[in-house]
Write a protein that binds this ligand. Structure first.
Ligand SMILES: Cc1ncc(COP(=O)(O)O)c(C=O)c1O
Length: 375
């Protein structure tokens, strides 16, 4: 039997990873500035991560959400301490789409309304409502089509005001930095407008932090740059450094009821061990500070390279817009310089999403390689 071919694949098999490097089966060493799709937050096979998961597996790997799992509380406490979201509560799930699906549901349970606003170039996942609020008709199946979603132009305050005036809005979902779209930042006044319209109309502000959260931007949530608290933050990717963990961080205005949300695998012992290890390392190794300072350094250096039109982003979530298609350039970076980078739906953009403990030396390696391939 063959695999259902939904991914175009590189002819590379990764057999080992350490920090910001991975090795192919034949021994080639690659610099991973793609972080395995924005997932690797504390570096590949970090010793603390390996020992936490191994230790947990030697005790118990899984039991259901019908018993006490103190590791869930430990993770939640550490998450609140590092993110500063005092009083918020955590619901565990397994992926970014699931986190958004649950957030959108929770909003609708809360205010009894149905319509959701999202934005052009946004991506929120592939489950039914998450994909319906995603701006990509190619991945929306007819069964996912619904009248409950309104996709508005990004950063358009007038369109937002009109949508609120004409509809009963349940929630607004927005990435703190658009990822797959090509690394685009919302403006301060747009975020202020979302917050004030949600407050005025009893709607819920959902901060999709699946890609831009967990320290990637240099702050715990990229939304924190706007000095606004969202009602719900959704998380996945960097939360488990590769172990499938997702989470919904929920403000105190919501009241939980038994059975309201639920999952078989979410918050299991192994997932928590992975998640706790990530939070420990983010804190102990000051990785948010590293993301901020190295991100600033990288963005400044990249701006000066000939062939680079624009550099967007914050921290270690960087979009490099070239004056040509990025695909062939990324191909050369991989083939000639053994560097993994990310693509975006904006075809001229290279996305950098390295581990948050990447070093200056690795960033310099990339800068020199990019100069070389753009020559
Ligand atoms: C901003 C954002 N939201 C949601 C998702 C969906 O996450 P997952 O693939 O874990 O379901 C992604 C994945 O790329 C994402 O970038």
């Amino acid at each position: 039997m063959s695999l259902f071919k939904v991914y175009p694949l590189f002819d590379i098999e990764i057999t080992k990873g350490k920090g910001s490097f991975v090795w192919g089966a034949e021994g080639t060493k690659y610099l991973d500035l793609y972080g395995g799709h924005a997932v690797i937050s504390i570096g590949h096979s970090h010793p603390h991560y390996v020992s936490k998961i191994s230790e947990q597996l030697n005790n118990v790997g899984f039991y259901s959400n019908s018993v006490q799992i103190p590791q869930q509380k430990e993770l939640a406490d550490k998450l609140v301490a590092l993110s500063g979201k005092e009083g918020y509560e955590l619901f565990f799930c397994n992926s970014g789409a699931e986190a958004n699906e649950n957030a959108l549901k929770l909003a609708s349970f809360y205010n009894g309304k149905k319509k959701v606003i999202s934005f052009s170039k946004g991506f929120h996942g592939r489950t039914s409502l998450a994909v319906a609020v995603t701006d990509n008709p190619n991945i929306v199946a007819p069964v996912n089509e619904t009248d409950n979603t309104i996709i508005l132009p990004f950063n358009d305050e007038e369109a937002l005001e009109n949508a609120f005036a004409e509809n009963e809005i349940s929630s607004v979902i927005i990435e703190g930095i658009q990822g797959i779209g090509g690394i685009y930042l919302p403006t301060q006044s747009f975020m202020d407008k979302i917050r004030s319209l949600c407050d005025k109309h009893n709607a819920i502000y959902i901060a999709d932090s699946v890609q831009c959260g967990y320290g990637r931007s240099g702050k715990f949530f990229a939304h924190d740059y706007y000095n606004i608290d969202a009602d719900i933050y959704t998380m996945a990717k960097g939360m488990g450094n590769g172990f499938p963990v997702g989470g919904v961080l929920i403000s105190p205005k919501f009241e939980a009821k038994f059975g309201m949300l639920g999952t078989t695998f979410g918050g299991n012992h192994l997932a928590c061990a992975a998640g706790i290890a990530v939070l420990d390392i983010l804190k102990e190794e000051n990785l948010l500070e590293n993301a901020t300072s190295l991100g600033e350094y990288a963005i400044n250096e990249l701006k000066g390279i000939s062939g680079v039109k624009e550099v967007r982003g914050r921290g270690l979530m960087i979009g490099i817009e070239l004056d040509q298609e990025a695909g062939p350039i990324r191909g050369k970076l991989l083939k000639e310089h053994k560097i993994f980078s990310g693509s975006a739906s904006n075809k001229n953009t290279i996305r950098l999403l390295p581990a948050l403990n990447v070093g200056k030396e690795e960033i310099d390696t990339f800068i020199n390689a990019l100069k070389e391939v753009l020559k």
